[in-house]
Design a protein around this ligand. Sequence first.
Ligand SMILES: CC(C)(COP(=O)(O)OP(=O)(O)OC[C@H]1O[C@@H](n2cnc3c(N)ncnc32)[C@H](O)[C@@H]1OP(=O)(O)O)[C@@H](O)C(=O)NCCC(=O)NCCS
Length: 392
Amino acid sequence: MRDAYIVTAVRTPGCKSARGTFKDTRPEDLLSFIVSAAVERTPNIEKKDVEDFAIGCAFPEAEQGLNIGRVGAQIAGFPDETSGFTINRLCSSGLEAIAGATLRVRAGWSEIVIAGGVESMTMVPMAGNLPRPHPEYSKIHAALWGNMGNTAETVATRYNISRQAQDEFAYKSHMKATEALNKKLFKEIVPTPAVKYVMQKDGTYKKETFIIDYDDGIRPETTVEGLAKLRAVFSVGGTVTAGNSSQTTDAAGAAVIMSEDKVKELGIKPLAKVKCYTTVGCRADEMGVGPKYAIPKLLKIAGVDLKEVGLFEINEAFASQALYCIQELGIDMAKVNIHGGAIALGHPLGATGAKLTATLLSNMREKGVKYGVESMCVGGGMGAAALFELCD
Ligand SMILES: CC(C)(COP(=O)(O)OP(=O)(O)OC[C@H]1O[C@@H](n2cnc3c(N)ncnc32)[C@H](O)[C@@H]1OP(=O)(O)O)[C@@H](O)C(=O)NCCC(=O)NCCS
């Protein structure tokens, strides 16, 4: 099989759902902006050169329904010939899109595909607008439809991840993110238009846009003591709080995947390649353990040792599960989420896989690291992981 390369990987800022900067910005607009930006940042290509869109979305309905992969392409002004589809593996949807598009290009079925993800958790809530669990099976296997926070509580109690350890992990996430923000290290972010509705003198509202260029959920003032005071939100007497959970977020991310032949023809310097991608299932009631199984499976298939991996982006769905997986795998904490994770930067479900790819590749370039791993737990009881190799 020929090679396929990621030549560009970008993301919008991640903004807090409901109260954050993108609360009035539609997901189609976030997506159409970031895919256009991805093309603009790729030398020697135009929109007409992109054959297809693979777009991850965890709750593809309402504002982000009707196949947002196609809608986003059309709103962004890609020609009718550019097709598009939406793909859903909940929290790994964006990564699934990137891995799938890579395979397609490697197989020779396409030359240039844009893969990414989008989620407005403001406009479409987790579990969707009208959850309808199976009437009988949801009683037998409630965890399949259950709140993700409960699975984080289960991981904490089942594997003895203390409240203090969770809070310290959350604190570090905010501190790393604060430092990266201050040092302007989020190079993968494209300043993105946000919408606001401004009341006019006559009482009507006018739609205005402004630019946001940072993740608005970072809390530089966070302290371990402050986090310790927060009450558990998912169970009485539990340990999972608003402070040690990922934030619900609106965002989009996109990557341009190009064939080896096209890269040569256009004289483009590729960024990285997806060396391997895999998924694994686990118990739904402890879905957070997913990376513990996905990462070793990934590295075994790829024939790469854990010690050869220079950087990890392990999604911080919750501190309890991220910490448990990192500890169990014996990963050096200094290599993990070096600019903070979803506790500080947000977890926009279907966009997260693409967002973390953009962040990981940017960080790999910053540190000159050859191998990077991205991994996340996935609702319903799964783990996903990808191995990226930086190009020289
Ligand atoms: C946990 C959760 C319910 C909290 O939602 P929320 O109440 O909207 O959370 P907020 O970020 O607004 O925080 C609530 C309060 O906690 C406190 N808080 C949060 N983070 C804090 C921090 N780092 N330091 C101190 N206080 C903090 C603040 O008092 C805050 O209120 P304020 O913003 O008015 O100051 C929500 O973030 C959630 O559901 N997360 C998990 C999402 C999920 O399941 N994703 C899928 C994973 S598989």
